[in-house]
Design a protein around this ligand. Structure first.
Ligand code: PLP
Length: 400
């Protein structure tokens, strides 16, 4: 016998994975270059050269036993201190290594935080649609209930009335993801200030902190002049979950961290519970080689030239064709509405006929919309443009 809950969730197919597997099958039949796979959020830009240089240097100069051995569960002091100093430089903070736990990617970080924040079977964690589908597993893994705030499909900020209605005495946290997967939008300063005011009021009302879990793997992928607000500077009770998967193109290496500042409510208890959570989800340690790499690369900037090129091209073309979409300001996704009243699934199926693979956003809490990941080569985007136009035209003709 096995867990019925896990039997149900393990048996569910992820539409993203399904599309990417379909892409592999199609590629074997018609050639990879003829399949326009916009399904996965896997970086298409190689890691910055500093990363490879660091790997080579570490391997050639350091003791292999320690490079490939375990580190302490929460990560090496020197790596955590380097990250703290980088955050202090960039966000004007006074953090030390003791504010950081290294984790095997943001996914693990979210699972750890969820486990740590579970007070009872009634505990709830709120997500704002559209949201990263991985939140569901992380929230449930902790024994919490996931509460969804419906999307603001006009500006892709936050529907505050709906958020306020969703918060109750069982609310432990709200997950904020900006720049956002899948909408590509950035929560502006006014939104973050309003969110902080609301959560401060609600924390007072219910007599306990309602935390913000600030999930920010895309912080460095920004295409406009704006600054992504650093949430701990606006709201004390923030737990940051960061990942180098996208910024340094290290998704397969599993590198990230959890951070809380000293002034978070119950700082010591939060850390003790986070350490307990790390044990439960088996975050034994982040790979030691990559701790050493991150230590040397904390201030390395990502190369976003290809993403910016793809984004600009798609934005121009989508405007011209007539698609309705969220203006992508960060991350590497274009989020658009299925035209002519189609469902996301209908549009995705139609696009498949053209070997264009885009993900229906039902699983992101935003039915009727789709996500196109433009972390692909420039030529993939260039050659897909006429197809995206033809798909729109065929959808329009069918609707008439
Ligand atoms: N959060 C968001 C919003 C993401 O898009 C992703 C990955 O796509 C993650 C978390 C997980 O990232 P990681 O690779 O660090 O586990």
């Amino acid at each position: 016998m096995v867990s019925p809950t896990l039997l149900a969730s393990g048996g569910k197919r992820s539409p993203i994975r399904e599309l990417s597997e379909y892409a592999a099958v199609q590629a074997a039949k018609i050639g990879r270059e003829n399949v326009f796979d916009f399904s996965l959020g896997n970086p298409s830009t190689p890691p910055p050269p500093e990363v490879d240089r660091a790997i080579l240097d570490i391997i050639q100069t350091e003791d292999p036993v320690s490079v490939h051995g375990y580190s302490s569960n929460i990560g090496m002091d020197s790596c955590r201190q380097a990250i703290a100093e980088s955050c202090n430089r960039r966000f004007n903070r006074s953090l030390t290594k003791d504010n950081f736990m290294l984790v095997t990617g943001a996914s693990t970080g979210l699972h750890i935080i969820s486990v740590a924040l579970n007070l009872s079977p009634d505990s709830e964690i709120i997500v704002i649609a559209p949201y990263f589908p991985g939140y569901r597993a992380a929230i449930q893994c902790g024994g919490n209930k996931m509460v969804v705030v419906p999307p603001d499909t006009e500006h892709f900020q936050i529907e505050f009335e709906a958020l306020e209605r969703a918060i109750n005495a069982n609310t432990q946290a709200v997950i904020i993801n900006s720049p956002n997967n899948p909408s590509g939008t950035i929560y502006n300063e006014a939104t973050i200030k309003r969110l902080a005011e609301l959560l401060e009021r609600k924390s007072r009302e219910f007599g306990h902190a309602v935390y913000i879990i600030c999930d920010e793997p895309y912080r460095e992928l920004v295409y406009t002049e704006e600054t992504v607000p650093y949430i701990p500077a606006y709201y004390r009770n923030t737990i940051v979950c960061y990942s180098y998967s996208k910024s340094l193109s290290l998704a397969g290496e599993r590198v990230g961290y959890i951070m809380t500042d000293n002034d978070i409510d119950d700082f010591k208890d939060v850390w003790t519970a986070l350490k307990g959570g790390a044990g439960i989800v088996a975050n034994v340690c982040m790979p030691t080689l990559f701790q050493k790499v991150i230590e040397r690369c904390v201030d390395v900037k990502p190369n976003i030239a290809d993403y910016a090129y793809n984004r600009d091209l798609l934005l121009k073309e989508f405007k011209d064709i007539g698609y309705r979409f969220a203006e992508p300001r960060g991350a590497f996704y274009l989020f658009f509405q299925a035209p002519f009243g189609m469902t996301g699934m209908e549009f995705s199926e139609l696009a498949k006929k053209y070997n264009v693979l885009v993900v229906p956003a039902d699983g992101f809490g935003c039915p009727g919309w789709l996500r196109l990941s433009y972390c692909v080569s420039r030529s993939t985007v260039e050659r897909a443009l006429p197809l995206l136009r033809a798909i729109y035209q065929e959808a329009g003709a069918a609707a008439r």
